[in-house]
Structure formats: C-alpha cells, structure tokens
Ligand binder design. Sequence first.
Ligand code: GRF
Length: 194
Amino acid sequence: MIRLNGKNKLRTAIFISGNGSNLENLIKFSLLKKSPIEVNFILSDNKKAKGLRFSKKYKVEKKIFLFSKRQKAESQILRHLKKRKIRLICLAGFMKILSKKFIKHFNGKILNIHPSLLPKYKGLNTHERAIANNEKYSGCTVHLVNSKLDSGKIILQKKVRIYEKDTAKTLRKKILKNEHILYPKAIKKFISNL
Ligand code: GRF
C-alpha cells in the first residue's frame, strides 16, 4: 500500500512538450474529489510548449528543463521532484526519452500515453502509419515507462475505428478524445494496484 498525502492524493508531476490537452484533462481530473492524484508540478523540455499556459490557469508550478545535456537535466529534475515529494510522473506528449537511472529512481511510477494500440506503431507519426497500412482500428495506450521507447507494461488500451474517410488529422482528433477518457481511468487502475 502506498502512502498518500494528507488529502489522500498522490503528489503528481506531468511532463509535456507540446499542446498539453492531456495535461489540462489530468489537472481537471485531479480536481475531482474522488481523484487519487494531485497535480503539483508541470515540467517541459520546451519553453514554447503551449501547454505551459495551464500553469497559470490552474495555479500549478511549472519549470522548463532543456535536455541538451540529459544527464544534467535529469539530476536537476530529480532534485526538484524530491523536494516537492512527487510520487508519480505522468508523461503527456513528452518528447524526450528518460534514462534507465532516472526511471529506477521512481520505482516504476512513471506512466505514458501513446496514440496507438501498442505494441503497434511505437514512436512518431502513428496515425499516418496506421492509415497507410489500411488498419481498421487504431487507438491509444497507457503504459508504464521503461528505458525502451513505448515498450513498458500496458495498463489500459482503447480501440478506435478507422473509417475510409479518415485522415491523419481526423484520426488524431478522435484518438485524442479517447486519450482524455483513458488516461484518468488508467491512473485510477494503476494506483489502486499499488
Ligand atoms: C498525444 O496524442 C499523446 O498520446 C502523445 O502526444 C500527444 C500529446 O497531446 N504522446 P497533448 O499535448 O496532450 O494535446
């Protein structure tokens, strides 16, 4: 059994690189009374990430760590997270690969969301590749992070139908909507099994 904070919520950091729609969705989820998480920290490797605006909107501390020197960035991040007693990391469109050492420090408590039915279509351009291969279904996956790209243990997946008229853009939109449902569900499942 894990120890939660006073309000019974797990202190969580969200890592982003871009738009941050999953970030906003997770913050909203965290504000629900029954949510098992509290979002205390937003981290980005990209100072232009649009999602950083949610820091002000929801009054959550943010910080940018440039990854030009990964080792240095990671040890600074670890110090920050420790100071803030962060117990869970949720990657949400974070475009950097974290080292084995960093992951080990969190005892496996790092989750990621990926816009495909893993193990299919790891990496980038998932929607384009699924359409080019005439797949009938794609979807999204929440998984544990390990040191290999998009390869950790799967927590939950959601299938999304691909129709002939779908383009990468329409598919991305449909899958993103499903990501917003799946990520909170997967977090609940993951935390209830800790
Ligand atoms: C999502 O499709 C997520 O699955 C992938 O990156 C995208 C991030 O979108 N890892 P957003 O920044 O949360 O809007």
